[in-house]
Design a binder for this molecule. Sequence first.
Ligand code: SAH
Ligand code: SF4
Ligand code: F3S
Length: 440
Amino acid sequence: MFDKLLYIETFGCQMNVNDSERIVSMLSELGYAPTNEPSCADMILLNTCSVRGGAEEKVYRRLANLRIYKRDGKKQIIAVGGCVAQQEGEELLCKLPYLDLVIGTHNLHLLPGMVKSAENGERRSETTFIDNEQRLDLFPTIKGESRLSRFVTVMQGCDNFCSYCIVPYVRGREISRRSSDILAEVRTLADEGVREVILLGQNVNSYGLKSGKEPNFAELIHKVSEISGIDRIRFTTSHPKDMSDELIECFANVPKLSGQIHLPAQSGSDAVLKLMGRGYTRSSYLERVARLKAVRPHIVFTGDIIVGFPGETDADFLQTLSLMESVRYIDIFSFVYSPRPGTKAAEFTDELRREEKMSRLGRLMELQRLITKEISKNYIGHTMSVLVEGVGKLPGQISGKADNGRIVNFTGDVSNIGRFVDVRITKAYPNSLLGELKLS
Ligand code: SAH
Ligand code: SF4
Ligand code: F3S
């Protein structure tokens, strides 16, 4: 039934990763099978991100490279989706004559029809926002792909408008999916053999708050945890200002909830947090962290930090380093501030020199490297429950994720894939752990 090949490159966050999964699923019904080789693909789609300036430039460069395949005389559809598509819309079709399709972040359901028109030579752009309940019926679900761990979108969009961030402009207003749809999807996944779900949204903590009809996020987690077959629940991303006591309690009361949380601080300085419009202070952030550590003693934190925000002084930056020392993240994503058109911070005066920003980033990354190393070293000798997801890097090895999200490789039989096993950690690397299977 597959007679065509689809090549997708995905940039940006998990929302895009999840959307790409949906695209693969939808287009399989039109006869497209995924491929890793753009030169032989009948359709090339870039699922783009515009959160930082660099990411956008990368997309333009990548498209310029990919167009060579189109020149080979072969009929090939080139499409751009995701946040750059949403931002630029029809402009992209004007700028890039070899481009066939531009598909916005609210329009995925239109893609099959658009691909059919493109097969007949029509060029189209669809980027209309659907900021009403109609959107709830337009979530294409993923069919026919069995994996052990799967994303489940619980909400889309964002209403927070942090002063630096383009996401609310490219993903639209926050909307929570109906809990009945979410739970039905999770049940179906469980029946297909999925063991872990990752509840996904730009700010999952505010799930349901706007609708009034739905449970809140903590209640949703309880409901998901009642579904048999699903043995581990994760979620991303959390906004610290909406990290309620009730949600924190879930880490005590819901054993299926993973012991890892992504809780982006962005900065450790109150002055900068205020300019960012984050809605929490350094001390309220640290108080949330302390509570989480109290209810789940071995909880692991990851986070995002922006350095060089307009007006960030060296003292502000030192506050960020000291926050990192207090939290002791196992890993962080760190970014140099990048002004985004249309956001509030783009209007702020930014006097910091590029070299200074890069130097701060270097200092921050060095500190994180040391913290990651120390935490990882402490795992040696501990036993972790690992969901085995596949073969490891070396022959004879299998690999999976521990409850705290760390990748663990160890010698073992592939028959363990899909099972939870106990592994004793013997060695720590920056991004993974090595262990040995404990025989029960
Ligand atoms: N919804 C998530 C983040 C989405 S964007 C949250 O609120 O946590 C992912 C990360 O990109 C952000 O956490 C932030 O650290 C970074 N980011 C966003 N806009 C940025 C910008 N203009 N410059 C640099 N980094 C940015
Ligand atoms: Fe961007 Fe802030 Fe929304 Fe996260 S919460 S997506 S950083 S506006
Ligand atoms: Fe990027 Fe869009 Fe995600 S801007 S970070 S892909 S929501």
